[in-house]
Design a protein around this ligand. Sequence first.
Ligand SMILES: NC(=O)c1ccc[n+]([C@@H]2O[C@H](COP(=O)([O-])OP(=O)(O)OC[C@H]3O[C@@H](n4cnc5c(N)ncnc54)[C@H](O)[C@@H]3O)[C@@H](O)[C@H]2O)c1
Length: 379
Amino acid sequence: MDFKRNIIITGGAGFIGSHVVRLFVNKYPDYHIINLDKLTYAGNLANLKDIEDKPNYTFVKADICDFPKMQELLQQYHVDGIIHLAAESHVDRSIKDPFTFAQTNVMGTLSLLQAAKLYWESLPEKYEGKRFYHISTDEVYGALELTNPEGLPSPFTTKASSAHHHAYGREFFTEDRRYQPHSPYSASKASSDHFVRAFHDTYGMPTIVTNCSNNYGPYQFPEKLIPLFINNIRHRKPLPVYGKGENVRDWLYVEDHARAIDLIFHKGRIADTYNIGGFNEWKNIDIIKVLIKTVDRLLGRKEGEDMDLITYVTDRPGHDKRYAIDSRKLQRELGWEPSLQFEEGIEKTVRWYLDNQEWMDNVTSGDYQKYYDNMYKNR
Ligand SMILES: NC(=O)c1ccc[n+]([C@@H]2O[C@H](COP(=O)([O-])OP(=O)(O)OC[C@H]3O[C@@H](n4cnc5c(N)ncnc54)[C@H](O)[C@@H]3O)[C@@H](O)[C@H]2O)c1
C-alpha cells in the first residue's frame, strides 16, 4: 500500500512515544507509522497492544546508535518524517551511569541526524517535504529560583492550571533562555538539541525542537514519581521524598503533549523551537498529598489515611529547585491549549494505574521484557 507519509517515531515503546504512536496511527490511516525502538528496560510493547495490528503500523527493534541500520531503515521505508523521542530519560540513572546517556541521547541523535542527512540529500527533491522533529525537555534550561516559596497567583493560566493557580517564582523559561543543564541527563539532552539545530544551520535540514515540562499519565515506567507513588500507596510501601519535597515541577498530561507534537509536526515553523507546558506548577510534596488522597478515596480507604507513608530521604545531588515553562508562543502561534485540568488528569491517571494492575505487575516483575519475545517468536 502506498502511504501519503512514512514517519519514523523513535522511542515509540516508551511512555510519551507510545501516546504519540497511538495518536498518529489512529488519526492518520494514510500515514505509515514506523515505531523504532531498542526496547531498553523503559520500552514496553504492551503499551501499544491496542494498535499493534493496524495496517499502517510497523514495529522495528533497532538501536538509534546503529548508524548503518538507521541508513537502511530510512531507505527501506522511504521515510520523510522523523519524530525523535528515543532517549535515556531518568535523571537518577544518569547520575549513576552518565556514559549511557551520552551514548544514546547524544551519539544516537547524531547517528539519526547523519543518516537522515545522507538519505534526504540523495533524493531528487532533497529536503523538500521532510521534517526532523526532536523532542526535548525543559530541564536543559537549568533551574529557576523559588522566589515565592508559598506560591502566589500565577500571571498565566491554562485549563491545566485553572484550579491550582500558583507560581513559585517570577521567572519562566522562554524559548530564548540560555541553556544551563545541571544533571548528566539534561546535559545530554542539551547537547542533542544543539546537534539538531546545527544540522539545520549547517546543511539546511528542516528541523524543529520542542522543550516540554514533566509529563504524567498512563504507561509511564514506575521509576518515575507519579506511577511509583501510586503503586507504593496502593501496597502501603514507603514514599521516599527527596529533601523536603519543596522542588517545583510543571506538569502536563501526556496526551496533551502528544497533541502538541502532532500540531507542531504539521504546522510548526522549520528551525524553530516551541516550549510546551501548562503553567501548572506543583511542589513535589503537594503532588504526593494529592496522590495519597486520590488513591485512598478510590480504594475506599479513609482519604489521607496513608499520609504516614511519606519518608524524607537525602536530596538528589544538584536537584533543580524549580522548572516553569512559558508556553505562550505555542498557544499564540498554533492555538494549542491543554485539554485537561490537572485535578482531572490526576484522577484519570490514578484510576488507570489502579485498573491496570496487571500492566504494573508485569513491569515491576520484569515480565514485560518477555512480551516482545513471545509476540515475535512464531512469526
Ligand atoms: N517524561 C517526561 O516528563 C519528559 C518531558 C519532556 C521531554 N521528555 C523527552 O521525551 C522523550 C520520551 O520520554 P519518555 O519519558 O517517554 O521516556 P521513556 O524512558 O519512557 O522511553 C524512552 C524510549 O526510548 C527507547 N530507547 C532508549 N534508548 C534507545 C536507543 N538507543 N535506540 C532506540 N530506542 C531507544 C526505550 O526503549 C523507550 O521505549 C525523551 O526524549 C525525553 O527526554 C520527557
